[in-house]
Design a binder for this molecule. Structure first.
Ligand code: A2P
Length: 339
């Protein structure tokens, strides 16, 4: 069985990784259709010895497709997802548009694979920081029963798309050449991102949290099926190109031990234990760029929470945080005969 596959947002930072990973992971592609905005229509895209022409996205773009991975932002998802479904195309959506819709499964294949079973055409891919955090937290939840956690994220500029990467590059280059960075036009971030930290990812809400910070709570609850989970999150944009890191203090129902926590991580698909402080070994964003598993380390007893653990997780925002998880969802649908 080979599928007719589409990518909406094929020219973007995530779209480019989807093209690469679909091929590297040998997803059974019969035909590949690359969709973007009118700006990109007619341009070509190559991978290996194949070349495709980018098409402008219209409702008819989805006719004849079996599956399309959407990565062009929530606005495009809202505009086109139902159009695609009506034309018989399953949508795996990377945006936040449908994640809290009770009719839409929000899936991390290592955690809730059965959520895809009753899908109605649209499946949602989680927020990048949430997906990467849960690769450390979920195995600990299975071992000790997660009650609450406090997280601080260190989010790479890839999370703002190709333009975020360009903005950091331009500012870093200007700084290295001795040009005044503060006077440069800011296109993506409200403040300088090079050599700085912005405690601000996504829009602010009335209660002082950002939308991104609330995703950790709402998506964590939905994916792990934990309605009473409590989360406080601070999301920070950092001058790192593509892997996110998250510092977490978590409280559990049962007594915890560091060794049992390490064992739980070791046995969890998709996570890798790197926790050897004596040898200065811990996960870092540079080591978790273009890597499939997320790295988990710095596991220790939390000194504030009873039954608490502190940990550090790193993962590729463009991969587990977006393209890879979406393709794993597509692979799961294929394996379960749900495409
Ligand atoms: P385009 O390159 O034609 O603008 P990123 O998140 O890296 O910025 O990528 C965003 C992706 O979403 C790009 O592929 C972009 O295509 C696509 N996109 C943006 N606006 C539209 C639109 N109106 N219709 C279809 N695709 C869009």
């Amino acid at each position: 069985m080979a599928y007719k596959v589409g990518i909406l947002g094929a020219t973007g930072a995530v779209g480019q990784e989807i093209i690469r990973l679909l091929h590297e992971r040998n997803f059974p592609i019969g035909e590949l259709r690359l969709l973007a905005s009118a700006r990109s229509a007619g341009k070509t895209q190559s991978y290996g010895d194949q070349t495709w022409t980018i098409e402008e996205t219209t409702p008819e773009s989805f006719a004849g497709l079996d599956i399309c991975i959407f990565s062009a932002g929530a606005g495009q998802s809202k505009m086109f997802a139902q159009e695609a479904v009506q034309r018989g195309c399953v949508v795996v959506d990377n945006s936040s548009a449908f994640r809290q819709d009770p009719d839409v499964p929000l899936v991390i294949p290592e955690i809730n694979p059965d959520a895809v079973d009753g899908h109605k055409g649209i499946l949602a891919n989680p927020n990048c920081s949430t997906a990467i955090s849960l690769m450390g937290l979920y195995p600990l939840h299975k071992a000790f029963g997660l009650k609450s956690f406090i997280a601080s994220t260190y989010q790479a500029v890839s999370g703002s798309g190709a333009e975020g990467i360009v903005e950091l590059e331009k500012q870093a280059r200007a700084w290295a050449e001795g040009r005044p960075v503060s006077e440069m036009k800011k296109e993506v971030y409200p403040h300088q991102i090079a050599f700085n930290l912005l405690p601000h990812v996504d829009d602010f809400l009335d209660d002082g949290y950002t939308k991104e910070e609330m995703k950790m709570l709402n998506e964590g609850r939905k994916i792990m099926g934990l309605d009473d989970l409590k989360v406080t999150c601070t999301c920070v944009r950092v001058p790192v190109f593509r892997a996110h890191s998250i510092s977490i203090s978590a409280q559990f129902e049962k007594p915890v031990s560091v060794e049992a926590a390490r064992e739980a991580i070791r046995h969890f698909d998709g996570a890798e234990l790197v926790d050897n402080p004596a040898e200065l070994e811990y996960p870092m964003p540079l080591n978790y760029s273009e890597v499939v598993p997320c790295g988990v380390g710095r596991i220790r007893k939390d000194s504030v929470f009873e039954n608490g653990l502190a940990l550090w997780v790193c993962g590729d925002q463009l991969w587990k945080g977006a393209a890879l998880n979406a393709i794993q969802v597509a692979e799961l649908l294929h394996t379960k005969g749900k495409l």
